[in-house]
Design a protein around this ligand. Structure first.
Ligand code: SF4
Ligand code: SF4
Length: 74
């Protein structure tokens, strides 16, 4: 499963990540970011496809996606 971290001091709460994630991983939460506005939470992280679209499109570079390497069973 991917690990998604959102830096609350960088996130400005624009909700772009909520809108663009094809798997609807992010939801608006009650957590406040460094600006005092509500920030997203990666609530449905189990559905993450690891595409890193959110990481690339967040205008503030606030998202970090760590995707587990696939196990090589050879
Ligand atoms: S796209 Fe980035 S700045 Fe905007 S809400 Fe998501 S994490 Fe925060
Ligand atoms: S890596 Fe892709 S699927 Fe996962 S949260 Fe980001 S946009 Fe959604």
């Amino acid at each position: 499963m991917a690990k998604i971290t959102i830096d609350k001091m960088c996130c400005k709460g624009c909700d772009i990540c909520i809108a663009i994630c094809p798997k609807k991983v992010f939801v608006k939460s009650k957590k406040r970011n460094g600006y005092g506005s509500n920030m997203p939470d990666a609530q449905n992280v189990k559905d993450c496809a690891g595409c890193r679209l959110c990481e690339r499109l967040c205008p503030d570079g606030a998202i970090d996606v760590e995707v587990e390497a696939e196990k090589n069973e050879n």
